[in-house]
Design a protein around this ligand. Structure first.
Ligand code: S3P
Length: 170
């Protein structure tokens, strides 16, 4: 594996990026970065509050700022927000700064995994949230160095697969 770079986990809300990311970071003995948590900590408010008060564009600026800040960070495992792939500059940064793993999930399985949809403003505010997954699939695929199907697998199984795939390219 390229020890110098980060491991970026991308995929739709509910694909398991945070849970799997924590497990992968433990296995690789690397720091774990959750982009949404970083944003919430520096803004002092929740993702939902940021969307409601400042709007999605402001949130996307903060998301890009977190990704940019990783350029000077130790190699980490990074759980990106589901929409981080929307900006080309984010996709370029991920490709330049490490390896990108796409955790694939179907829309209905993603919904089953999200215990509290009110924490995902785009799920509750979009007229057709399922179309978000359709619109983004090509972006997830375009940025991915590896794709892992998460359907029917536990988070631990997915994490093991991620680590194995990363190791196969060392
Ligand atoms: C978003 C996904 C969320 C969070 C925000 C926007 C999206 O992250 O960044 O609600 O646009 O898909 P998770 O994928 O971790 O839920």
């Amino acid at each position: 594996m390229n020890d110098q770079g980060h491991v970026f986990l991308v995929g739709f809300m509910g694909s398991g990026k945070s849970t799997v990311g924590r497990m992968v970071s433990r296995q690789l003995r690397r720091p774990f970065v959750d982009c949404d948590e970083r944003i919430e900590r520096s803004a002092g408010s929740s993702v939902s509050e940021i969307f409601a008060c400042d709007g999605e564009d402001a949130f996307r600026e903060m998301e890009t700022a977190v990704l940019l800040s990783l350029r000077s960070a130790n190699p980490s495992v990074v759980a990106c927000g589901g929409g981080a792939v929307l900006r080309e500059e984010n996709r370029t940064l991920m490709s330049q700064e490490g390896q990108v793993v796409y955790l694939r999930v179907t829309y209905s399985a993603a919904l089953d995994r999200i215990s509290d949809p009110s924490t995902r403003p785009l799920l509750t505010s979009s007229a057709n949230p399922e179309s978000l997954l359709d619109q983004r699939t090509a972006l997830y695929e375009s940025v991915a160095d590896f794709t892992v199907d998460t359907m029917g697998k536990s988070a631990a199984e997915v994490a093991n697969e991620v680590v194995r795939l990363l190791g196969s390219r060392s």
